[in-house]
Each structure stands twice: as structure tokens, then as C-alpha cells.
Ligand binder design. Structure first.
Ligand code: ZN
Length: 263
């Protein structure tokens, strides 16, 4: 099986010390896919406190930029795209209610690739929510997706693979609901998706370990989703607990794009 950690909301307002304190103990062995917001806006609902009156490019935080470049070179992290402004147009998540999404994906991806001199191949939607337009914007740029848990919202697509893949996924969801995530990569023809397991201070660790065991039995992909910035001491203990649990079972520790590109 493969094991992957995705962390959301790294942006201009992120302090390197927060990432270091949450992941520093293990990310040289267990890499973390950092889903980054390229241009956090003043009204962003990412888990940070915005203080500037205009959207701030992630690279303007020089300390964060050099820290992430160092961690990239060490192989501890991968950079993924997490929206553009991470704002709430019309009170909805950016890739549900927003406009100009294709441009935002294109510009956000190019920005992150240029700043960090790396390839960005994965998109994590803010609040793991996407409208049809959002999916088209993401897949139009050739990116793959990490989702939350459910079958909706779901765009209809004409690609022949779409029906078979979605039917298979829907049957799985009806059977297991929130208990388990679909254990493997879903190939929709236009793009690929994996599902993730949210971990915070309130996570039921019995559920989390059972979900891990289910994926281990199916030789699948276990993706854990965290927000370092909002993770209190209790949440951090739970993170260390599931990482130790995984280590003892010797999965292959990978980044999100390695899941899609090594199959
Ligand atoms: Zn987010």
C-alpha cells in the first residue's frame, strides 16, 4: 500500500515554524504534499489570519519561500495547488462560486512552479468542493485531484471512462458511506482522483486506524488530510499516532503526484 499526507492552506501568511513543529519530526521519511494558496486574498477563509488589504503572493513571504525551497530539495515536501485566492465568492468555496477559474488554475500553477522551480501536478480544491466549471478548469490544465469523501458535487462528463469509473465509485460509496474511502486511484479519462481522510483534534482514531487497515488489505492508497496551522497539540498527537501506526506496517510513503504517476 501507499501512504500520503496532504496539508492545506500554506500561503503568504504561513510561518515556517508552524510547518516545522508539525511535520519536522518525520517529513524526511514521510513526505508531505503541501497544497498551497498562490494569492491569499484579504477575505480568504483559509486557516490563516489575513492582515494585508490586497491579495498577497506566497513568494512575498521570503522566509517561507526559502524554507520551502530547502524542504523541496531535501525531498520532504511536494507543492500542490490549493485554489488561487481561497476566498468565498457569493458565500461559497472559491471553485464552486468563483469566476475565471481556468485562468486562476493556469496562473496559480505557473506562479508556484516558477517560485519553487518545481512541477505542480495535483489540485486540492478549497474545502474539497468543486462545481462542474471548477473540474473543467482543473482538468483543462492537466491536473489530477485529491477529494474529501463523498460522490458529490459531481460533474457529468462525456468521456467513456467516466461512466464505468463513477458507477464503480458510487456503488462503493453506497456500501461504505463515510466509514471507508475508495481505496484506489479513480481514472475518469479526463483526470484522476484519490480520496482522503481528514485528521484534526476531534478525529476518532479507532475509525482512522480501521480505515487505514481497510486500505492496507486492499493494497490501496491511504491519503491523510491535515491543516498544520489549525492543528492544536491534541491534533498533533493524533497525527504522530497515525504516522507511527503506518510506519509499523511499512507502507510506501509517497507524495500525492507519486500516487498518480507511479501506477
Ligand atoms: Zn483550504
Amino acid at each position: 500500500m501507499k501512504f500520503c499526507i496532504r496539508d492545506d492552506d500554506t500561503c503568504y501568511y504561513t510561518e515556517p515554524a508552524v510547518l516545522e513543529s508539525v511535520f519536522g519530526d518525520f517529513w524526511d521519511e514521510v513526505p508531505v504534499t503541501l497544497a498551497c494558496v498562490p494569492m491569499a486574498s484579504p477575505d480568504t477563509d483559509a486557516m490563516v489570519e489575513a492582515t494585508e488589504p490586497v491579495p498577497m503572493p506566497i513568494e512575498e513571504n521570503a522566509a517561507l519561500r526559502s524554507y520551502l525551497i530547502e524542504r523541496l530539495e531535501a525531498g520532504s515536501i511536494e507543492i500542490a495547488l490549493h485554489g488561487y485566492h481561497h476566498d468565498t465568492p457569493g458565500g461559497r468555496p472559491e471553485f464552486v462560486g468563483g469566476t475565471g477559474l481556468a485562468r486562476k488554475v493556469r496562473d496559480g500553477r505557473r506562479q508556484l512552479e516558477a517560485v519553487f522551480d518545481t512541477d505542480v501536478r495535483v489540485f486540492v480544491p478549497p474545502h474539497v468542493r468543486l462545481a462542474n466549471r471548477g473540474v473543467r478548469a482543473v482538468t483543462g490544465d492537466g491536473l489530477d485531484l485529491v477529494r474529501g469523501y463523498g460522490p458529490r458535487p459531481r460533474e457529468l462528463q462525456a468521456h467513456p471512462k467516466w461512466w464505468t469509473t463513477y458507477t464503480r465509485f458510487l456503488a462503493f460509496h453506497v456500501r461504505y458511506r463515510r466509514r471507508f474511502r475508495y481505496p484506489r486511484v479513480l481514472d475518469y479519462g479526463t483526470h484522476r482522483e484519490i480520496y482522503s481522510h481528514r485528521l484534526n483534534a476531534r478525529t476518532d482514531m479507532t475509525w482512522c486506524k480501521r480505515a487505514f487497515d481497510y486500505i492496507a488489505r486492499n493494497d490501496g492508497v491511504f491519503c491523510l488530510s491535515v491543516h498544520a496551522n489549525g492543528l492544536n497539540e491534541r491534533g498533533q498527537r493524533k497525527l504522530r499516532e497515525i504516522v507511527s501506526y503506518a510506519r509499523a506496517r511499512e507502507p510506501e510513503f509517497v507524495t500525492a503526484s507519486e500516487i498518480f504517476y507511479s501506477d
